[in-house]
Design a protein around this ligand. Structure first.
Ligand code: ADQ
Length: 460
């Protein structure tokens, strides 16, 4: 069996993968069982000279080779902040209002992908299988094909695909689609994402569906399919170190754990909790919302805006409802150690996961995995999280509908044990079946099968 080559913007420290979360664990596990190479940015920003570097730093952990490159500050600004975070992230999450289309950023995004391809090419062997991750690296396969690479190359997008009419707003949508067509397999989180991408390709007359279900686009054939990301249930729950002391006996906790991002629906969540308290005076003093939300991408202005909005909102809700001995919203801007997360989830009566849009959302799955089967809590889940396609037995809500969410909070807090157990049994079953290892295995099997069919023509 040939090697597996992983490419992602950041290379996770596989010796600490368990702390880094779901995807890193799954990928690290694949690399443990099979010889491989992980290639990407080393996380450092250096001067202009690094734009010439095409020889990566190489290190080894067990049978895995780690190959990384630095970015220059100009590349970081164009490829990472400018195009990946200010165009692709907002548009793919259907936030055209936040996207910033600035000239020059796409060119730098392409140039970094080209430099990555040039640096990866000499490290490749003919029987390697290449698996590229996420929106930073859409053009990578096309750049590798231009260098003559004929290996199977797969791509997995961790974020949603927007409906065609939104995708079309990206000035370079055609170049991105051409980039996707250079892969043999494009993996997406949900069937909705698959439908959106196929609609876009067909509506724009870029692609047509073949008899065997594959897509012909830009003179190449590729497959598009959904592979929902899962978690390592045992690995996650096994990290539970100790029972945390119940610091507020008699108070039911609702838990939210999200990166501080405008896609996660945090203001709507706070407003729904406020509406719940306004409508249910008897719950005041008896329930808290703990929201753990570490800031990310602070150089992007939309992230500073959401942070300010949440600070104002939580302050005003706490001021309106709080008592000297009870604060309704505990809002913490730090990330919690993963060991602690298991306990926090387990001791919370309700998991409130209400993104406005999300590729999958692993927190929803982690919340269920951490529950005590004899007395499980209730998951409230946004219909716009990819996870909702699988977790149908959660309390599914529309995150824009504040009243519906306030009602769901009450329903969750009052749900009888038997009903909670029924929901839990069905949810945990699906989460265990479609775990992170299944995700990895099924993607690679599909890619290697397609690779063997010899459909690897070089696209125009
Ligand atoms: P994210 O947008 O980062 O990931 P999500 O899947 O919910 O979203 O979280 C990733 C991990 O970060 C989880 O394991 C979670 O426990 C951890 N995490 C989040 N907040 C934390 C905190 N405050 N403290 C500690 N840990 C925290 C992207 C896509 C998602 C998709 C994943 C994987 O946006 O839709 O599910 O990739 O494909």
């Amino acid at each position: 069996m040939g090697r597996i080559i992983l490419v992602s913007n950041r290379v996770a420290d596989i010796s600490k993968a368990a702390q880094a979360g779901g995807m890193a664990v799954a990928l690290a596990d694949t690399l443990r069982s099979r010889e491989g190479l992980w290639f990407g940015w080393n996380g450092r920003i250096s001067d202009r000279r690094s734009e010439q570097i095409t020889t990566p730093d190489i290190s080894h952990i067990n049978n895995t080779t780690i190959a990384t490159l630095p970015l220059s500050s100009r590349e970081h600004e164009g490829y990472y902040t400018g195009y990946s975070n200010n165009v692709l992230w907002p548009v793919f999450h259907a936030r055209l209002d936040i996207a910033q289309f600035e000239s020059g950023h796409f060119e730098r995004y392409l140039a970094v992908n080209r430099r990555f391809a040039q640096a990866l090419h000499p490290l490749l062997k003919p029987d390697d299988t290449i698996w590229v991750h996420d929106y930073h690296l859409i053009p990578l396969a096309l750049e590798l094909r231009k260098l003559g690479v004929k290996n199977p190359i797969g791509f997995f997008l961790h974020i949603p695909v927007p409906p065609a009419q939104i995708f079309l707003a990206i000035p370079e949508h055609r170049e991105l689609a051409r980039g996707l067509a250079a892969y043999d397999l494009v993996g997406l989180q949900t069937k909705i994402d698959v439908g959106n991408l196929i609609d876009y390709l067909q509506d724009g007359a870029f692609g047509q569906i073949l008899k065997d279900g594959r897509i012909r686009a830009f003179d190449r054939e590729m497959a598009i399919a959904s592979f929902p990301v899962g978690i390592d249930v045992e690995g996650f729950v096994g990290q539970r170190a100790r029972q945390t002391r119940d610091r507020s006996p008699g108070i039911a906790r609702i838990i939210g754990v999200d990166r501080l991002d405008y896609t996660k629906g945090l203001p709507q969540k706070f407003r729904a909790f406020s509406r719940f308290l306004a409508q249910n005076a008897d719950y005041r003093g008896k329930v808290v919302l703990s929201q753990i939300a570490p800031p990310t991408r602070e150089s992007v202005s939309a992230y500073a805006d959401i942070r300010n909005e949440l600070e104002t909102l939580s302050g005003s809700i706490n001021g309106r409802f709080g008592e000297l001995d009870w604060v309704p919203i505990h809002y913490i801007h730090r990330s919690a150690p993963r060991r602690t997360l298991v306990d926090i989830y387990r001791s919370s009566r309700v998991g409130l996961v209400t993104p406005l849009r999300d590729g999958m959302n692993l927190v929803a799955k982690e919340y269920i995995a951490a529950q005590n089967p004899h007395d499980p809590g209730v998951l409230i889940l946004s219909r716009f999280a990819g996870a909702a396609e699988q977790l149908k037995d959660a309390l599914i809500v529309n995150p824009y509908d504040i009243d519906e969410m306030a009602t769901a909070i009450k329903t969750a807090l009052e749900m009888p044990l038997e009903e909670r157990q029924e929901h839990y049994d069905s949810l945990i079953d699906g989460i265990k079946r479609q775990d992170t290892f299944m995700w990895c295995r099924s993607f690679l099997q599909a890619l290697e099968r397609l690779g063997r069919r010899g459909t690897l023509a070089v696209p125009r």
